[in-house]
Ligand binder design. Structure first.
Ligand code: SF4
Length: 264
């Protein structure tokens, strides 16, 4: 263990790329910001084996990650482009098993064709299918969007409700979508948004041993201060895209490298 601690203790930010311009679109301030975590905190976290990782060790791990990610990504925001809560709801439904980039390409044409909830509710499902067919799973997504728009018109006067309990009743709206819409559109932290990136990173970094989004969400809700839920989710997604990519994570330059458990 001494060897590991010594290695961790000697790790500095110098192995990371030199600072460069802040990227507005991701709110990222790259490089030169890697948190050199306090040796004692890092040792406490790294001393915990996967199976023995205690709640307090995990909380320390989350606290270190929050600190590092705040420096790396000072102004995180949702990557989906929307103007109203309904547009965000549509975008999040479309983003299932599809990249945000692809969704953002589809949205302008979709909202030109169906500009509001009423237009979606009245549109033949086949027309919605046609407008979103490059997003994948387009038949089920079109069916859900049509049913959701009809439910919004019939039960909520065309307005997206702002409670988790109401949102979750809409067709195609699961916990992730409800938490995302509430957090991003209404600033309500109802639960941690666990998408594919957050699920993968939570396991790798050591936040959770669970394998389902629901259980990982439970762990993250318990480990993370509520006022960090919304932004930490965005920041983990940024990290998942930039460093902790699915196939070849870039641990050498990752801002969490000094304390991440790197569980592949
Ligand atoms: S890239 Fe490596 S160090 Fe960074 S979060 Fe992923 S596994 Fe951990």
């Amino acid at each position: 263990m001494k060897k590991i601690e010594s290695k961790l203790g000697s790790k500095t930010t110098s192995s990371r790329p030199s600072p460069h311009k802040q990227k507005e679109e991701t709110g990222q301030r790259t490089s030169g910001n890697a948190v050199k975590a306090p040796k004692k905190k890092v040792a406490a976290v790294r001393n915990s084996s996967v199976s023995k990782t205690t709640l307090s060790a995990r909380k320390r791990l989350v606290a270190l990650a929050i600190e590092a990610l705040k420096k790396e990504y000072p102004a995180p925001k949702c990557a989906l482009e929307y103007e109203t809560p309904f547009e965000l709801l549509v975008a999040v439904v479309l983003s299932a098993q599809c990249t945000d980039k692809r969704v953002n390409m589809v949205l302008p044409g979709l909202f030109r064709r169906f500009p509001d909830v009423k237009a979606f509710a009245e549109a033949p499902v086949e027309e919605i299918e046609q407008a979103i067919q490059t997003c994948g799973l387009y038949r089920s997504k079109a069916a859900n969007l049509s049913k959701t728009a009809k439910a919004l018109v019939e039960k909520y006067e065309g307005i997206v409700p702002s409670t988790f309990e109401e949102l979750i009743t809409l067709p195609g709206v699961g916990r992730k979508t409800a938490n995302c819409v509430l957090g991003v559109a209404f600033g309500v932290a109802s639960g941690f948004v666990v998408d594919a990136h957050v699920l993968r990173l939570s396991q790798r970094i050591g936040f959770s041993d669970e394998t389902t989004p629901e259980k990982v969400e439970d762990d993250l809700n318990r480990l993370t201060p509520r006022d960090e839920w919304i932004n930490l989710s965005h920041r983990l997604i940024y990290l998942g895209r930039q460093y902790c990519v699915a196939r070849s994570p870039k641990c050498e330059t990752c801002p969490l490298a000094s304390f991440c458990l790197k569980r592949f």
